[in-house]
Write a protein that binds this ligand. Structure first.
Ligand SMILES: CSC[C@H](NC(=O)[C@H](Cc1ccccc1)OC(=O)N1CCC(N)CC1)C(=O)N[C@@H](CC1CCCCC1)[C@@H](O)Cn1ccccc1=O
Length: 330
C-alpha cells in the first residue's frame, strides 16, 4: 500500500499542516507532521475549554472504532518549551489512501499556551523513532511503524516547499518530485531521531568548508539550527547582519538578498543549496527592512537541527527499512 497528503505552510513556513483522518465516520484534523518526536496527539473533546481557540477537536465518543486504553497517559514537552498531556485511545487513522486500523491516538487534556494560540494546528503526528514515544505504562508505535509492514517500500518522503503546499508520501518515491540523484546517508537512531552527519558547507560561491555537522532532519522545527562557527561564518559575509539579543537570534537586512547556503550530503560531493531568500525568514518589525535569520545557532541543543528552512530546499527520503536518509535537489 501507499498513501500521502499535502503539507500546507502556515505564515512564514513556520510549520506545515497535513489533513489526517481519524475515526469512523472520519474526523479530519490538520496535524503538524514532526520527524523530531514520536507521539500522535490531537486537540479533543477532553481538552480543557479555556485552552482551545479555534482548533478542530477529535471526539472519540463520535467514533464507532475508538477504544480507550484505560489507565494509559502521555505527557510531552518540546524543545521550544511547549507541552501537552492527556489520555490514549486506539482508532483508525488515515493519511490519504494509507490506513492504520489500530493507531494510538493521544487525546490532549491540557496544552500549553503556544498550542492554544496556534489555531490552525489541531495536533502533532510524530514520525521519529518509537523510543521517543511518551505513552505510559507502555510506549505506543508511530503511524509509520504501524504502516511499514504493509507499505510497498518501507519509506516516507518529505517534499516541503517555500510558501506553497508540498507533500508527504508513504510507501513510494515519486520520481517526478526531484532532480538528479538521491544521495543516501546513514542514520544514528540511538537517540530516537533521524540523526545524520553532513560533511560541511559552502557560503555563496565560496569554497566548500569540510567540517562534520551532526544533526537531525526535523520537519517540526521551523529553522536551520547549526553550530555557532558556521552561523557566524555565514552572517559574517553580510554587512548589517548582527546578533540581536532582544530577538534572541541573528537578524539581517532583508535586501540585498543574502548569499546562498549549501550543506554537503555524503562523501562524493553532493550538496543541497538553500537560495539566499530562504534565510530571510520573516521581517522583524513593521519597517520590513530587517529580517529574522532562517539560520540560527544550535548551542544548548547538542546537535544541529535541519528544520523546514533546510528541508524545503530538498526532497528527503526517510527510509525505515535501511535506517538511512536520502537527500535530493528539486
Ligand atoms: C529547538 S527545537 C524548537 C522547535 N520549535 C520550533 O521550531 C517552533 C515551531 C513552531 C511551530 C508553530 C508555531 C510556533 C512554533 O518554531 C520556533 O521555535 N521558531 C519559529 C519562529 C521564530 N520566530 C522563532 C523560532 C521544536 O520544539 N520542535 C518540536 C516540534 C514542534 C513543537 C511545537 C509545535 C510545532 C512542532 C520538535 O521537532 C523539536 N524537538 C527535536 C528534538 C528533540 C526534542 C524536540 O522537541
Amino acid at each position: 500500500s501507499t498513501g500521502g497528503a499535502v503539507a500546507t505552510p502556515e505564515d512564514h513556513d513556520v510549520e506545515y499542516l497535513t489533513p489526517v483522518s481519524i475515526g469512523t465516520p472520519e474526523q479530519i484534523l490538520n496535524l503538524d507532521i514532526d520527524t523530531g518526536s514520536s507521539d500522535l496527539w490531537v486537540f479533543s473533546s477532553e481538552t480543557s475549554r479555556s485552552e482551545v481557540k479555534g482548533q478542530t477537536l477529535y471526539d472519540p465518543s463520535n467514533s464507532s472504532t475508538a477504544q480507550k486504553l484505560e489507565g494509559y497517559t502521555w505527557s510531552i514537552s518540546y524543545g521550544d518549551g511547549s507541552s501537552s498531556a492527556g489520555e490514549v485511545y486506539l482508532d483508525t487513522v488515515s493519511i490519504g489512501a494509507l490506513t492504520v486500523s489500530s493507531q494510538a491516538v493521544e487525546v490532549a487534556q491540557k496544552v500549553s499556551s503556544e498550542f492554544t494560540s496556534d489555531s490552525n494546528n489541531d495536533g502533532l503526528l510524530g514520525l521519529g523513532f518509537g523510543s521517543l514515544n511518551t505513552v505510559q505504562p507502555n510506549a505506543q508505535k508511530t503511524f509509520f511503524d504501524n504502516a511499514m509492514p504493509a507499505l510497498d517500500s518501507p519509506v516516507f518522503t518529505a517534499d516541503l516547499k517555500a510558501g506553497i503546499p508540498g507533500r508527504y508520501n508513504f510507501g513510494y518515491i515519486d520520481p517526478n518530485a526531484y532532480t538528479g540523484n538521491i544521495t543516501y546517508v546513514s542514520v544514528d537512531d540511538s537517540q530516537g531521531f533521524w540523526d545524520w552527519t553532513s560533511p560541511g558547507y559552502a557560503i555563496g560561491s565560496g569554497s566548500f568548508e569540510n567540517t562534520t555537522i551532526k544533526g537531525i532532519a526535523d520537519t517540526g522545527t521551523s529553522l536551520l539550527l547549526l553550530p555557532s562557527s558556521v552561523v557566524s561564518a555565514y552572517y559574517g559575509k553580510i554587512s548589517g547582519a548582527k546578533y540581536d539579543s532582544t530577538q534572541a537570534g541573528y537578524v539581517l537586512p532583508c535586501s540585498p538578498t543574502p548569499p546562498d547556503f549549501a550543506f554537503g550530503v555524503g562523501d562524493d560531493g553532493a550538496a543541497i543549496v538553500l537560495p539566499g531568500k530562504y534565510i530571510n525568514y520573516a521581517p522583524t518589525g513593521s519597517s520590513g527592512t530587517t529580517c529574522f535569520g532562517g539560520i540560527q545557532g544550535d548551542s544548548g541543543i547538542g546537535f544541529a537541527i535541519f528544520g523546514d528552512v533546510a528541508l524545503k530546499a530538498a526532497f528527503v527520503v526517510f527510509d525505515g527499512g535501511s535506517k538511512t536518509l536520502g537527500w535530493a535537489s528539486k
